[in-house]
Design a protein around this ligand. Structure first.
Ligand SMILES: Cc1cc2nc3c(=O)[nH]c(=O)nc-3n(C[C@H](O)[C@H](O)[C@H](O)COP(=O)(O)OP(=O)(O)OC[C@H]3O[C@@H](n4cnc5c(N)ncnc54)[C@H](O)[C@@H]3O)c2cc1C
Length: 418
């Protein structure tokens, strides 16, 4: 493509999804500008748990999920929290979520997620091992799902069976003795764990720094403190993106605004069923006896990530609209949970206390595709709890859709108008 014929693409949102879209588009010969209302990489992609986890095939919406959520709703220390407020968008989202809590929708979502998870894991390996993204602290150790009670450990065998039969993905079970030999950082008194060897992890803020450096090396302009405000779009074709710092001409636009996407309903002429699902993390120096494996303590919904340069405890899910408070009680829930399982649960000093809004889609599948009201606007949002794990594959798919290449995975399950 000569420079004059190059497509100009504006990517709105400098999170892990927007970054990957920008990279694959520039590789297809496009001129790309990334804009962000804040700092590049400072949204939900900043201090998440860092799992690149093809094991996370099943969505949250599954049979029994609503009943389980209701049971925990009034418990003081539940990792799941719904803060009651008058917000019709949230209630509509919850109704839509409940509608998808059936086996057929769960399995369908699982296939859509698996395609993107597998494609992303392969893409990250290629980018990181190939030296495109450097110093991300990438490790392929797998992920342990740890259970305290025998009942829950045994019950997980059903999920394992389902994942094997439907998706060809199996985990390796470890009883207590085997588990303590594999991961000596755990305290005795656990029932066992299931190991997913396919999973990897990295340090998310370092990944975002690596993305920023790579995009700049490829000639991509990143404009920070630049808020998307709307389009000038005669006859449904966007010609200019209006921003807080002035207009930007565009042949194509990708909207990768994560949990903020529903706030752009008027500009996009579409209301997408996405809600912010607030989660927390606390990052510390590695403790003396640092775990060697990333682990999820299933019954307490606490996730541990031993990174090369630090150690993180994360998780919890709070539906509270666009609430920006950092609640110490939610962080305490994480540290108390870690104490139950680990011999040496904390490192000092604490390096960061953080919260982020997961862009939760109501069916657990992200929206990746054309926006019906326009002929040249695309959405890549709603990656829920897996935006890091699905980011690279999303970028690849968006670039294929925009440049007219044959998509490497079937784009139909992610359509905006599904
Ligand atoms: C505690 C926690 C742990 C998690 N752990 C994992 C994990 O281990 N693995 C995993 O895969 N996922 C994990 N996630 C989920 C993951 O972090 C998200 O799915 C992912 O970061 C979403 O990426 P994104 O690019 O869509 O959104 P973001 O990273 O939030 O980026 C969106 C960007 O859009 C910008 N923006 C919004 N509106 C505008 C506008 N009008 N104009 C300009 N810019 C705008 C924002 O400023 C922001 O920078 C976790 C999340 C949390 C909270």
């Amino acid at each position: 493509m000569s420079d004059a014929n190059k497509r100009s693409v504006v990517v709105v949102g400098g999170g892990v999804v927007g970054a990957a879209c920008a990279y694959y588009l520039v590789k297809e010969g496009c001129n790309v500008t990334v804009i962000d209302q804040g700092k590049f990489g400072a949204g939900c992609s900043h201090a998440n748990c860092g799992y690149v986890s093809p094991s996370h095939i099943l969505p949250l919406c599954k049979p029994g999920a609503v009943a389980n959520a209701l049971k925990t709703l009034f418990k003081k220390n539940s990792p799941f929290k719904l803060r009651f407020q008058f917000d019709p968008r949230m209630w509509l989202w919850l109704m839509d979520f409940a509608r998808h809590c059936n086996t057929a929708d769960m399995l369908r979502a699982g296939f859509a997620r698996q395609a993107l998870l597998d494609s992303s894991k392969a893409a990250y390996r290629e980018l990181i091992l190939g030296g495109v993204l450097n110093e991300t602290e990438w490790e392929e150790k797998g992920l342990l799902f740890v259970f305290k009670t025998q009942q829950h450990f045994d019950h997980y065998a059903e999920t394992d069976r389902l994942l094997r039969e439907q998706y060809g993905l199996g985990a390796k079970p470890y009883n207590e003795q085997e588990l303590l030999a594999l991961e000596p950082a755990l305290k005795p008194g656990v029932a066992g764990a299931w190991l997913y060897e396919c999973d990897a992890h990295l340090r998310p803020d370092k990944l975002m720094t690596a993305w920023e450096q790579r995009l700049q090396t490829e000639g991509i302009v990143i404009r920070e403190q630049c808020r998307f405000e709307g389009f000038d779009s005669p006859r449904g074709k966007v010609a200019t993106v209006r921003t807080s710092t002035g207009p930007i001409p565009a042949d194509q636009v990708v909207v990768a605004t994560g949990a903020w996407t529903p706030l752009l309903k008027d500009q996009l002429q579409r209301s997408l069923p996405i809600q912010p699902g607030k989660g927390y993390s606390i990052t510390m120096k590695r403790p003396g006896q640092c775990p060697t494996y990333p682990m999820i303590f299933e019954e307490h919904r606490v996730a541990i990530t031993p990174m090369q340069s630090c150690y993180r405890i994360g998780s919890t899910m709070e539906f509270a609209g666009y609430d920006t408070t950092l609640r110490e009680d939610r962080l305490t829930l994480l540290t108390e949970g870690a104490k139950l399982y680990l011999k040496d649960p904390f490192g000092e000093p604490v390096l960061e206390k953080w919260w982020g809004w997961r862009p939760m889609s109501s069916d657990g599948v992200p929206f990746i595709g054309a926006l019906p009201a326009f002929s040249n606007v695309w959405v890549a949002a709603g990656h829920s709890m897996l935006g890091l794990s699905m980011g690279a594959g999303t970028g690849k798919l968006i670039s294929e859709l925009i440049t007219g290449r044959t998509p490497h995975i079937d784009p139909a399950p992610y359509r905006v108008d599904r």
